[in-house]
Ligand binder design. Structure first.
Ligand code: ADP
Length: 831
């Protein structure tokens, strides 16, 4: 039993234990369940929380990203090696790159070359010092090559742990290009301004609102003390400056109080003149400085105007002086604007025109003073002024009382400060008196011209009127010799001949001289055979001397004289030689006289010939040599009886030589002889000497031929001359006919062929020229017949006209029977 009990008990015990264990287990299970439940709830809660956290994180990242992406600043990230890992859109946009181009590239590649080094050293420094945040400005280069100024805030990101390695760089940068430009602009402006002020000719001082000197230039210092420097004044209170320097100004206290007044009024005041104690004058400008309505200080500007003041005073004085002069010069001054309205009028002008100044101001000048037909001229003058031109002109002006005065106006434009014409000023000078004189002068000139014309006419008439009857007298006297006069009559005849010849030569010389003095002798250059002319001269005189049976030989020498035709005035040369050889002949009783010619100069075609007319006559006293070329000078009065002359010959000769561009001189020894040497220029024609009308003199003078039977037409209106010529021609048995005027001559020339026509010039109905022209230009038997003019006038131009009208030669009236005979023989080839 015990064992059962024991077992029982044990069983009981075991069962109880089991039950208890079961209960415990049950409890545990429920506890476990409960715990599990709690765990699940917790888990769920945890999961929920985690989810919530993750969501919040996502939200915040999104927000940040949006923030970064939409930021107006440029944001970029660099890895620890400086390679770009991120650039925000605005950064990409600013740089003009796309992400593929920029990502992974070195950041320094985008930096402006100028700043590369700086930027690299900045990053190195940041890395070394591990400075978490820093700021730096630099220039980058955008994709399009443009420069971009960036202000960059750099943040370093480090690894956790004790090592603190730099993981990356995050930069927030701002485009500061515009700011930089503005800054630069400001700097430049400031620099310009301060250098402007520093270099200004004027002295400048700027005070701030608290009256501290902030800027001053050297010129300002120089006004007071050249050793003073701007930096000694900058920073001082202005009152300190005043204290030290006010004694420089005349009337110190006034100066100071004026300064105070200006500063308190704060109104700009310019061009005030202040006097300094040393006599200088300064011009002062006061300019207050305001910005956006706030008073910031003020600027003083001082300029030394002593010189200007002095020159202004000088100008004033000289203006006064000139005004005085102008007023005294009787110049009336008037100023008008561009519309010709009078803007200023001076006293003298008012007096000139008889108006009061008040009556003139504002009136239109030209309309008031000028006669209507001068308005166009005034308009032209006005336009000149508008173009800035000055001019001088003469116009009549109406005075207030209706009188007209003539004025010389010197007009000039008036310019404004910008150089634009704002009107004109006219100086009026009363020339009424001068105009009157001019008119009188013009009238006098007309009268003089008319009387000159009359004189010319008178000369021509004299020539004609005196010579024609004289011609007849000489001619008749010659004829009388043929009427077997008795000795008494012969003596009278000789006197008549000598006297009338003298009278003729006197009249010829007087007329020649008158013509020379009236400037009416012209040089008419034509081709002629110079040597032929000279030889003729010599032979003429030789024949004369031989005829008179004097023991005198007439010589001719032409050493280097060019042969052939020359261009020059043959007639003037003949006249000169006739005179000189005539004198030589006259004053040489024995021995020789003659003519030498040589060339003294040759230039191209021009030749200068020297002629010498010499004689072995009585000579001229030395003291008289200067006189002989003067009019009416005869050397020896006692010789007058023997040698008649007018005393005009040499005077005429000299004038004729001068007229042709030559000169004459004389050498003489008493009782040994005289030599006249003269030069004349000619032009060489390089043509052999033509046989001109003046053919070899030997032909005319050998006296072998006869004029008998030649057909000659004599055209002459003057009965005396008709008679003279007819008598001579009848004597030589010439077959001649008479025409009493030019018209009749033309008619007769139509009907019959003549061998020569002697043609008077001055004739009624048709004169000699007209008649000749008619004969030459119509077909008739005498178209080629030689025509010799009988020029009753000594007028050279008549002779020239004779040649131009077609005549072949001329014979000057009065002519001797020999002269006529020679002329006839010259043209009638009778032998
Ligand atoms: P006139 O008609 O009186 O000869 P000229 O003018 O020809 O006038 O000469 C003036 C004077 O010069 C002559 O009167 C004469 O006294 C002097 N005279 C001119 N030529 C000669 C000369 N060859 N020999 C001497 N005296 C001369």
């Amino acid at each position: 039993m015990a064992s059962i009990d024991l077992w029982q008990r044990r069983w009981e015990e075991e069962r109880t234990a089991r039950l208890e264990a079961e209960k415990r287990l049950e409890r545990k299970a429920s506890e476990l369940f409960e715990a599990n439940e709690q765990l699940r709830t917790l888990n769920e809660q945890l999961k929920r929380k985690i989810n919530e956290r993750a969501e919040a994180l996502r939200d915040s990242e999104l927000r940040y990203r949006q923030l970064i992406e939409s930021a107006s600043d440029i944001i970029y990230r660099l890895d620890e090696n400086g390679l770009l890992t991120y650039v925000n859109p605005i950064g990409l946009e600013k740089f003009g790159y796309n992400p593929e181009e920029s990502m992974g590239r070195l950041f320094v590649d985008f930096i402006h070359p100028e700043h590369k080094e700086e930027v690299i050293s900045f990053y190195n420094q940041v890395r070394e010092t591990q400075q978490e945040r820093s700021y730096f400005e630099f220039k980058a280069i955008a994709g399009n090559g443009e420069e971009l100024w960036l202000g960059q805030n750099l943040q370093l990101i480090f690894s956790n742990g004790p090592e603190r390695k730099i993981l990356e760089y995050i930069a927030v940068a701002r485009d500061i290009t515009a700011r930089r430009a503005a800054e630069r602009e400001l700097q430049t402006t400031q620099l310009r301004l301060s250098s402007l002020i520093t270099n200004l000719h004027a002295g400048v001082l700027v005070e701030d609102q608290n009256r501290h000197i902030v800027l001053v230039n050297q010129n300002f210092c120089n006004l007071f003390d050249p050793s003073l420097r701007p930096n000694q004044l900058v920073g001082l209170h202005f009152s300190q400056f005043i204290e030290k320097y006010q004694h420089f100004f005349a009337g110190e206290s006034t100066f100071t109080s004026r300064i105070e007044a200006l500063i308190s009024q704060k109104e700009p005041v310019i061009n005030e003149t202040v006097e300094m104690v040393d006599g200088r004058y300064l011009e002062r400008n006061y300019i207050p400085i305001f910005s956006a309505g706030a008073y910031l200080g003020h600027l003083w500007q001082y300029t030394d105007v002593t010189d200007r003041n002095q020159s202004e005073a000088l100008i004033r004085r000289s203006e006064e002086k000139y005004r005085g002069i102008i007023e005294n010069m009787e110049l009336g001054l008037l100023e008008v604007d561009n519309e010709d309205r009078i803007t200023k009028v001076y006293d003298r002008f008012c007096k000139m025109v008889g108006y009061e100044a008040s009556e003139l101001l504002g009136k239109k000048a030209a309309a008031l003073f000028m006669p209507p037909n001068y308005l166009d001229l005034m308009d032209m003058q006005h336009q000149k002024r508008q173009q800035g031109e000055s001019s001088t002109y003469e116009v009549p002006m109406r005075k207030k009382n209706g009188d007209t005065i003539w004025v010389l106006i010197s007009g000039a434009p008036i310019f404004d400060e910008e150089g634009k014409v704002e009107g004109s000023i006219g100086m009026h000078y009363d020339i009424t008196y001068r105009k009157q004189l001019e008119d009188d002068l013009a009238l006098a000139k007309q009268v003089a011209e008319a009387s000159q014309e009359a004189e010319k006419q008178f000369l021509a008439n004299m020539s004609h009127e005196i010579r024609t009857p004289l011609n007849a007298i000489v001619g008749m006297a010659n004829l009388l010799y043929d009427t077997s006069p008795n000795p008494q009559q012969l003596e009278y005849l000789d006197i008549l001949k000598v006297s009338s010849n003298f009278l003729l030569s006197l009249i010829s010389d007087l007329l020649d001289m008158a013509k020379i003095e009236a400037g009416r002798v012209e040089v008419n250059s034509r081709p002629f055979d110079l040597l032929g002319t000279l030889r003729t001269m010599q032979k003429t005189f030789q024949l004369k001397v031989e005829g008179e049976g004097r023991p005198v030989s007439v010589e001719f020498e032409s050493n280097s004289c060019p042969e052939g035709m020359v261009l020059g005035d043959e007639m003037l040369l003949t006249q000169i030689l006739l005179n000189l050889l005539g004198n030589a002949d006259k004053f040489t009783e024995r021995g020789a006289f003659g003519l030498r010619v040589r060339e003294v100069e040759r230039r191209g075609e021009s030749t200068l010939l020297e002629f010498q007319v010499y004689d072995s006559g009585k000579g001229i006293p030395e003291e008289k040599l200067d006189l002989i070329f003067q009019k009416f000078q005869q050397v020896n009065d006692s010789s007058r009886q023997k040698h008649q002359g007018t005393g005009l010959g040499l005077a005429i000769v000299k004038q004729l030589i001068l007229l042709q561009g030559g000169e004459i001189k004389v050498q003489s020894r008493l009782r040994q002889g005289t030599t006249f040497t003269f030069t004349l220029p000619y032009r060489l024609l390089h043509e052999p000497a033509r046989s001109t009308q003046k053919t070899d003199v030997s032909l005319k003078t050998n006296g072998q031929g006869t004029l008998e039977g030649y057909r000659i037409l004599v055209v002459e209106d003057n009965l005396l001359n008709q008679k003279y010529i007819s008598t001579l021609l009848s004597k030589w048995k010439v077959n001649f006919q008479l025409a009493k005027d030019g018209r009749e001559a033309v008619e007769m020339a139509q009907k019959k062929a003549y061998q020569l026509i002697l043609m008077d010039i001055q004739m009624p109905i048709m004169n000699g020229y007209e008649s000749t022209i008619a004969i030459r230009s119509t077909s008739n038997p005498n178209q080629q017949t030689p025509i010799v003019a009988l020029t009753a006038s000594a007028m050279l131009d008549q002779r020239n006209m004779a040649l131009t009208s077609g005549m072949n030669d001329f014979l000057s009236k009065p002519f001797t029977p020999t002269q006529l005979e020679e002329k006839l023989k010259e043209f009638l080839h009778y032998d």
